[in-house]
Design a binder for this molecule. Structure first.
Ligand code: AMP
Length: 222
């Protein structure tokens, strides 16, 4: 089963992806996380991606697609995987189908009004050590600027600055319609309201995913 999470930055794809991973044991693959780690480590991939990322632009399709191809070929993805932040262009949709012509697929488009997105992104903080995500208003750490889980320092993502947020939303809007139309025609798309608590949003996703998985279970013979 391939689960694809679509949605603008700040729609909660990362959090929901983690919850799907926990509940269904499908590894979450976040191209943003892989790229951020590469930038942090200063690898050639990180060097190639750095400038685009801090401007809020997309990294080249071929680069991201090869990261995904490498990851989904690992044994833990055999039963399924969750894609968070990929595909982001129509070309990436095509590249994805080429690398894994998966028969079982479900795509969630998480929608959230723009004012909520901006508020979420400007209040988002990330642990510089373990990557845990906080919101300084709705889910603050116990001690200001310190991660509850590992004691690391919390930082703001380089691309969570207002001018870059606007650019990222523009980039998202430019590509998403065609991607959504494609998945809708394929009959695998569900729109999910991304407002409310993390748990409320997850309940919406979970019930759709459970009923989709039930359909896939072949009846056993008497
Ligand atoms: P995210 O964490 O998903 O918001 O991604 C952060 C940044 O990484 C994006 O703004 C892009 O610069 C880059 N990125 C992540 N995923 C992709 C992708 N599928 N295609 C191109 N660039 C990506």
């Amino acid at each position: 089963m391939r689960v694809v999470l679509l949605g603008p930055p700040g729609s909660g794809k990362g959090t929901q992806g983690e919850m799907i991973e926990k509940r269904f044991h499908f590894p979450r693959i976040s191209t943003g996380d892989i790229l951020r780690e590469a930038v942090k480590q200063g690898t050639p991939l990180g060097e190639a991606a750095k400038a685009e990322m801090s401007a809020g632009h997309l990294v080249k399709d071929e680069i991201v697609a090869s990261l995904v191809a490498e990851r989904i070929n690992q044994a833990d993805c055999e039963q399924g995987y969750v894609l968070d932040g990929f595909p982001r262009t129509v070309n990436q949709v095509k590249l994805l189908e080429k690398m894994d012509n998966c028969q079982e697929e479900i795509v969630f488009e998480i929608y959230v009004p723009e004012e909520i997105i901006i508020e979420r992104l400007t209040n988002r903080r990330l642990c510089s050590s373990c990557g845990a995500v906080y919101n300084i208003i709705t889910s603050p750490p116990r001690r200001a600027d310190i991660c509850d889980l590992c004691g690391g320092y919390l930082i703001q993502r380089d691309d969570d600055r207002p001018e870059v947020i606007r650019e990222r939303l523009k980039v998202y809007e430019a590509e998403i319609k065609e991607i959504v139309d494609y998945y809708q025609q394929k009959g695998v798309l569900y729109r999910v309201d991304g407002r409310g608590s993390v748990e409320e949003v997850f309940e919406r996703i979970e019930s759709l995913l459970v009923s989709e998985l039930k359909k896939k279970v072949k009846p056993t013979r008497e």
